[in-house]
Design a protein around this ligand. Structure first.
Ligand SMILES: [Mg+2]
Length: 154
């Protein structure tokens, strides 16, 4: 049976990062701690996870500086209630996510990938990490849940 993994972005996917992080008056670590979750998106993803075989894996893949990993894990555990049997990988740039998608594909996984892959909200014009989006959309072993999918539950 094909191995299956949920790969889930955090900022603007399951967290209301924008506009919270525009508040530069407090340290970023506190901003990350008090991020509001997108409860509807999270429960939709929970539902999809529950439909899978119990061997399904969950990976949170987010573009954040690595030393925010403890606060990121804390938020996922205590704000969202995710159990500790998941992995968290922080990458420097959103485009680095392609390397992880490729790695799981090469290990024979089918991937459900949840990621807004958007930026520049604070300037009033949303831009997208098109390179990653194109990769996700062009691969038949990746089911990509994009900005529009997330937005309908937000
Ligand atoms: Mg994001």
């Amino acid at each position: 049976m094909q191995k299956s993994i949920f790969i889930i972005d955090i900022d603007n996917t399951i967290a209301e990062t924008w506009p919270t992080l525009v508040d530069r008056k407090i340290p970023l670590v506190l901003n990350y701690l008090k991020l509001k979750p997108k409860r509807n998106v999270v429960s939709k993803i929970y539902d999809l996870i529950k439909q899978e075989d119990s061997s399904v894996e969950v990976l949170f893949l987010s573009a954040r500086t690595y030393y925010y990993k403890p606060v990121t894990r804390f938020w996922l555990r205590f704000v969202l209630g995710f159990k500790l049997n998941y992995q968290t990988i922080l990458v420097d740039r959103a485009n680095d996510k392609v390397d992880y998608l490729k790695r799981y594909l090469s290990e024979g996984y089918s991937i459900k990938y949840f990621d807004d892959l958007s930026y520049n909200h604070e300037n009033g014009e949303i831009k997208y990490y098109q390179e990653v989006i194109n990769f996700a959309n062009s691969n038949s072993d990746i089911e990509y849940y994009d900005y529009a999918w997330i937005k309908q539950f937000s």
